[in-house]
Write a new protein. Structure first.
Length: 293
């Protein structure tokens, strides 16, 4: 077995992604390799999307998602768009069915280059998110940060999109809040036994909202696809928007549709940056010669 594996450095609206081609191999990307890659400024990433051979009949590939700290992630919508673009470039195939730790999902590259990913069905039950204690209504829960009589953030909507999310609703610009300070505290709050992605959202129209996210195990990110889906679903659930919205993240807009069958479909772009090979055990990497200036 060749020690080095091909990769493509890509992004989905600025969400930095490494698509690692692990097909035909029995090994996996190690936590140490992920940490070493992220420590290199040229390779700094939010998630690695490792493409493995299929495990389930009827699926194209099994996708393993690794965070920049070496831990596993259940979902990454922006990363899935990058996977679709990378695989579609190899062939004429435009429709894909993938398996992840969170389940089966479908994706499609459209004629205009935009990519739709079916992110599945949102889960609202407190045990499925999961939360550490019972809440009958997860559209808003009792959680706040700041003084008890004047909290800075409070009463988030919580939901699982394959990974846990908490969305704090604000009336001011989302950039007015120190998410880099509050994010780590809230991510690791005891109410979230598996930690959580923390977002600040402002509804700007019946079909639009703006969003910033502190991503679990990755920190501040320019785009988090599952967070955009979580925010869109939660906004519709509390009656602040309809079921079709544009979610504007720091990297740009994503179109989110919460269909009548409860599936959440996210549509947006992906962008290729450069390619190379890397050692899945150590993280040592080399950029393809044609990509070197």
């Amino acid at each position: 077995m060749a020690r080095e594996a091909p990769f493509a450095k890509m992004n989905g609206l600025g969400n930095e992604i490494i698509v690692a081609d692990m097909r035909g191999r029995a090994d996996r990307v190690s936590p140490a390799a992920a940490i070493a890659l992220n420590a290199d400024p040229a390779m700094k990433f939010d998630q690695i999307m490792a493409i493995h051979d299929p495990r389930t009949p009827g699926t194209a590939n099994y996708i393993e998602i690794i965070n920049s700290d070496g831990t596993m992630a259940q979902a990454c919508g922006n990363g899935m768009r990058c996977v679709v673009q990378a695989l579609a470039a190899e062939s004429e195939q435009k429709l894909f069915t993938f398996e992840t730790i969170a389940g089966i999902l479908n994706a499609e590259e459209h004629a205009d280059g935009m990519i739709s990913v079916d992110m599945g069905v949102p889960r609202f039950d407190w045990q499925e998110i999961p939360l550490a204690e019972e809440f009958g209504d997860t559209s808003r829960i009792e959680l706040q940060i700041g003084p008890i009589d004047a909290p800075v953030l409070h009463s988030p909507s919580v939901v699982s999109m394959g990974n846990p999310h908490a969305i704090f609703w604000v009336d001011r610009d989302v950039w007015d809040y120190e998410l880099d300070r509050f994010g780590p505290l809230l991510e690791n709050h005891p109410i979230f036994p598996e930690r959580a992605n923390i977002s600040i959202a402002q509804v700007t129209a019946p079909d639009a909202l703006t969003l910033r996210t502190w991503e679990r195990s990755a920190g501040l990110t320019r785009a988090c696809g599952s967070a955009a889906c979580a925010a869109a679903v939660s906004a519709a659930r509390i009656g602040r928007t309809g079921r079709n919205v544009t979610v504007t993240v720091p990297g740009g807009p994503l179109a989110i549709e919460w269909r009548t069958d409860d599936h959440v479909v996210m549509t947006g772009p992906a962008e290729w940056e450069f390619s190379g090979t890397f050692d899945p055990e150590t993280g040592a990497w080399t950029r393809d010669r044609q990509d070197v200036a």
